[in-house]
Design a protein around this ligand. Structure first.
Ligand code: GLY
Ligand code: MN
Ligand code: MN
Length: 293
C-alpha cells in the first residue's frame, strides 16, 4: 500500500477501500462441500475408533496419559498426525475440571473417566466426548446421571434440522436436565422458576455446542440480524451437554465427584442430521458390553 501511495508519478494508484473478507470466508467455511463432508466423516470415524481403543484399554491402575497415548497412537497410525485440540482424559473428580489436560492421574476402580478428544485430518477436526466407568460397570448413581445427560442430548438432537436453533436445542437439553435434577433431589422447586433462573447452570457451566470444521471451535456467525441463526443443511456442529458434581458440590454424597459429558458431531441434512460420531459407544449397554472384552 505504501509503495502504491508513494509513487503516483509512476502511475501507481492505491485502492481507496479495504474490505475485510473474513465474513465471506467464514460463511464459506460454515457450509461444507461434499468433499469437506467426506473428510469430516473420516476424521470422525478415526476418532470413534480411538475412543473405543481407549475404553478397551482402561482399567484400574492405568494412567490418564496412557489413555491419551492410546488415542493419539490410533490417530497417527491412521494418517491423522495431530489431535484437533489438547486431549482431555479426566478420571474421578478431574472430570469436573472443564479444561483439565494434565492427564497424569491413576485410574481408580469405581471412578468414571471423561475423555474429550478428536483427531485432525487434512485440516478438519473431530470433537468427541465419552464418559465411562474404569471398572466397566456403572454404579447406580453414575447410571442415573449418565442417563440424564444422554436424555438431554437426545432432546437437543431433535432441534438439529433446518429451521432449528442452538438456543432452542439448549433450552430443550436444560429442561430435561432441570427435571432430572429435581427427581434426583439435587434441585428443588417449580420447573418454570428453575428454568427461568437457569438453576441447572450450577452443574452445567458451558455451552451446548459450536460450529466444527477447520477449527474445533469453528468460525461462522451464531446470530443473523440479532436473531438466533437457524440451522441449514451443510453445517456441522457439536452437541455436548454435561453435568458436573464436584467433590465439594452441595449434592447428595453419592453424586459427588461425578462429571459426565457426552459430545457428538452432527451434520445438518435436508430433513434432520447425520451423526458423524455415532460409532463411538454411547449407551450404558454399549459401553458395558465393549468393556467386558
Ligand atoms: N474439546 C473442546 C470442546 O468440546 O469444545
Ligand atoms: Mn466441543
Ligand atoms: Mn470436545
Amino acid at each position: 500500500m505504501s509503495t502504491l501511495r508513494g509513487a503516483p508519478k509512476k502511475g501507481f494508484r492505491a485502492p481507496e477501500i479495504i474490505k475485510d473478507i473474513r465474513p465471506l470466508v467464514h460463511e464459506m467455511r460454515l457450509f461444507k462441500s461434499d468433499a469437506e463432508i467426506a473428510v469430516m466423516r473420516k476424521a470422525a470415524k478415526i476418532s470413534c475408533e480411538a475412543h473405543k481403543r481407549a475404553m478397551g484399554f482402561a482399567k484400574a491402575g492405568a494412567t490418564e496419559y496412557q489413555l491419551e497415548a492410546e488415542l493419539h497412537h490410533h490417530y497417527a497410525m491412521n494418517g491423522a498426525r495431530h489431535p484437533a485440540y489438547g486431549t482431555i482424559v479426566g478420571s474421578g473428580n478431574n472430570a469436573n475440571i472443564l479444561h483439565y489436560t494434565e492427564n497424569n492421574d491413576v485410574l481408580k476402580s469405581g471412578d468414571l473417566v471423561l475423555i474429550d478428544s478428536g483427531c485432525e485430518l487434512e485440516g478438519y477436526a473431530a470433537d468427541i466426548t465419552r464418559t465411562f466407568p474404569v471398572s466397566g460397570r456403572f454404579s447406580d448413581a453414575q447410571k442415573q446421571v449418565y442417563e440424564l445427560v444422554l436424555k438431554a442430548q437426545q432432546a437437543a438432537f431433535e432441534h438439529v434440522k433446518p429451521g432449528g436453533t442452538l438456543v432452542k436445542a439448549n433450552q430443550a437439553a436444560m429442561k430435561v436436565m432441570t427435571q432430572g435434577l429435581i427427581q434426583l433431589g439435587i434441585l428443588a422447586g417449580d420447573i418454570d422458576t428453575l428454568m427461568e433462573n437457569q438453576a441447572c447452570k450450577a452443574f452445567y457451566m458451558h455451552g451446548l455446542g459450536h460450529w466444527l470444521g477447520l477449527d474445533v471451535h469453528d468460525v461462522g456467525e451464531y446470530k443473523l440480524d440479532e436473531a438466533d441463526r437457524p440451522f441449514e443443511s451443510g453445517m456441522v456442529l457439536t452437541i455436548e451437554p454435561g453435568l458436573y458434581f464436584d467433590e465439594d458440590a452441595e449434592v447428595p454424597d453419592k453424586y459427588k465427584g461425578i462429571g459426565i459429558r457426552i459430545e457428538d458431531d452432527l451434520l445438518v441434512t435436508e430433513d434432520g442430521f447425520e451423526n458423524l460420531t455415532a460409532d463411538a459407544p454411547k449407551t450404558i449397554t454399549e459401553i458395558e458390553a465393549l468393556m467386558q472384552h
